[in-house]
Design a protein around this ligand. Structure first.
Ligand code: SF4
Length: 420
C-alpha cells in the first residue's frame, strides 16, 4: 500500500482538496471510466437510496439535467486525457437519479456527440436504470449504440414494492416488469443490481432474478458505516450478509448452470485464484473512474456520501480541471484513487490480500476514518471461506498463485511509484 502519510490522512478522514502543485502522473494512469450523473432527479423515491435518503443533500444544488457545456467540456477533456495516457478506450456509465428521465431523443443526441468527439477510441456506454421508463424508442437506442443495460430491483413484487416506491408512495414493480418485458422482447441482455434484502429468502429472490431473464447479477452489501450498522446487527445478527449470500452461492454453484454471472462470486473466485478484482467493492483496488455531476463537479467514489454529506466532493469541476487533476488531490481522495492503505485491523488476516478490508464506505467511522475493517468483516471472512471450501483452494495456495503469476495491479504499481 502507498505509504504511511496516506495512512495517517485516512485515519483523520480528511477531505482531500486539490493540490495541483503536487507531483502526479500526466501520462501513465489512464482514467478509463466516467460515471455521468445525467440528471439529479428520479421518478422513484427508494427509501434506502444513498443519493436522496441517506442524509446527503448535495443533489438539491444540482441542475436537473447535465448542462450541454458540461458534456462538451467533458468530451474535450477525455479526448486530451486519452492522447496523454495513450489509452484506446473509454466507458461511460450513465447514472442519475434516473437517467431515462432525459428522454430517448436527447439521449440519442448525447450518444452521437460522444461518438463524434471520441471516434478514435473504443467507446462503451452502459446505463443504470430502474427500468420503469423503458419504451421501444429506448430499446431501439440501446441496439443502435450497443448500450449495456443494468437495472435495479430488490426481488419479487412484495419485496420490490416495500422500498422501491414513487413519490406518491406507490410500488413500482408493475412498471419495472413492463420495462424488463420490453428488454426481453428486443433481445437485449441486461444485468440486475440488487441490495441484499436481509431477512428475506435469498434463494427465492435469486431465482426470481434468473427467471426475469437477466444475464448478470450484482449483489450490493448494505451501505452502512461503523456509525450506522448497529440497528441491522440488532435485527439480523452478526453475519447477515454471509447468511444471505452463502445459500445464493450454493444455488448458483450447484443448481444454476452459471449462465448468469454473479459478479461478486466471479470476483471472489478471481481473487482466490490469485487474480485481480474487477469490482471497486472487493479487494481495495485503485479506482480508475471519475464521477461527473450535472453541473460538472467531479467526484471520486460517490458512495462516500454515506459516510458524511458531501464527502465525495473533491472541489474540482470538469469546466476548469483536467481528468488527471483528480490524481493530484490529497487526503482521502488521493487514497481512493491509489487504493486505500490496508486497515490496521486487517493485518495478518487470512484474506488481507483478497478481501483487503472490504468496500471503502463500509470501512468508515467518524472517529477513525477508513482505518477499520469493513462493518461486514465477519461476513466477508465467512463468504470467502465458503467459496474457498467449494473451490478447494487454501489461503496458502492463493499466496502461491499470486506469487507464481506475479499478480500485481500495474496501475497501482505506477501510482505507488509516482506518489512516493
Ligand atoms: S475479512 Fe475482515 S479482517 Fe480480513 S481483510 Fe476482510 S475486512 Fe479485513
Amino acid at each position: 500500500m502507498p505509504n504511511s502519510v496516506a495512512a495517517s490522512d485516512a485515519e483523520g478522514s480528511h477531505l482531500g482538496k486539490p493540490n495541483l502543485a503536487a507531483p502526479f502522473l500526466p501520462q501513465a494512469v489512464p482514467i478509463t471510466q466516467v460515471v455521468l450523473k445525467a440528471t439529479s432527479a428520479c421518478n422513484l423515491n427508494c427509501s434506502y437510496c444513498y443519493v436522496y435518503n441517506k442524509g446527503d443533500e448535495t443533489w438539491k444544488t444540482q441542475p436537473g439535467l447535465i448542462e450541454d457545456t458540461v458534456l462538451d467540456q467533458l468530451l474535450e477533456r477525455i479526448r486530451s486525457h486519452a492522447l496523454q495516457s495513450g489509452q484506446g478506450e473509454i466507458r461511460f456509465t450513465i447514472h442519475g437519479g434516473e437517467p431515462m428521465l432525459v428522454g430517448p431523443t436527447r439521449f440519442r443526441d448525447w450518444c452521437r456527440k460522444i461518438h463524434k468527439a471520441l471516434g478514435h477510441l473504443e467507446i462503451f456506454i452502459d446505463i443504470q436504470t430502474n427500468a420503469t421508463l423503458i419504451t421501444e424508442a429506448w430499446t431501439d437506442l440501446f441496439v443502435e449504440y450497443g448500450i449495456e443495460v443494468n437495472v435495479s430491483t430488490d426481488g419479487p413484487r412484495a419485496v420490490h414494492d416495500r422500498y422501491r416506491v414513487d413519490h406518491l408512495g406507490r410500488g413500482s414493480y408493475d412498471r419495472f416488469v413492463r420495462g424488463i418485458d420490453r428488454l426481453n422482447d428486443a433481445g437485449i441482455p441486461f444485468g440486475i443490481l440488487s441490495v441484499l434484502q436481509l431477512g428475506e429468502d435469498p434463494v427465492a429472490i435469486h431465482r426470481h432474478f434468473v427467471d426475469l431473464g437477466c444475464s448478470a447479477i450484482g449483489y450490493l452489501l448494505p451501505a452502512e458505516t461503523h456509525d450506522t450498522v448497529a440497528e441491522l446487527r440488532r435485527q439480523y445478527g452478526p453475519t447477515p450478509c454471509a447468511d444471505y449470500l452463502v445459500p445464493v452461492f450454493d444455488e448458483w454453484w450447484f443448481n444454476n448452470p452459471m449462465t448468469v454471472a454473479v459478479r461478486e462470486f466471479w470476483n471472489i473466485a478471481r481473487l482466490i485464484l490469485g487474480g485481480k478484482t474487477l469490482l471497486d467493492s472487493l479487494g481495495n483496488p485503485p479506482i480508475r473512474f471519475v464521477g461527473i455531476q450535472p453541473d460538472g463537479a467531479m467526484e471520486s467514489l460517490d458512495k462516500l456520501r454515506v459516510c458524511e454529506p458531501s464527502f465525495a466532493d473533491i472541489g474540482l469541476n470538469i469546466k476548469t480541471h483536467d481528468l488527471k487533476d483528480i490524481l493530484a488531490t490529497t487526503g482521502v481522495h488521493r487514497d481512493v484513487m491509489a487504493g486505500m492503505p490496508l486497515p490496521d485491523g486487517c493485518k495478518g488476516c487470512r484474506e488481507e490480500k483478497t478481501c483487503a478490508g472490504g468496500y471503502l464506505p463500509n470501512r468508515y467511522a467518524a472517529a477513525t476514518g477508513f482505518n477499520n475493517p469493513s462493518v461486514w468483516c465477519a461476513d466477508l471472512y465467512k463468504l470467502f471461506g465458503h467459496v474457498r471450501m467449494r473451490m478447494e483452494v487454501t489461503p496458502d495456495q492463493t499466496h502461491d498463485l499470486r506469487t507464481r503469476y506475479a499478480v500485481r495491479n500495474d496501475d497501482q504499481t505506477q501510482l505507488e511509484g509516482a506518489l512516493q
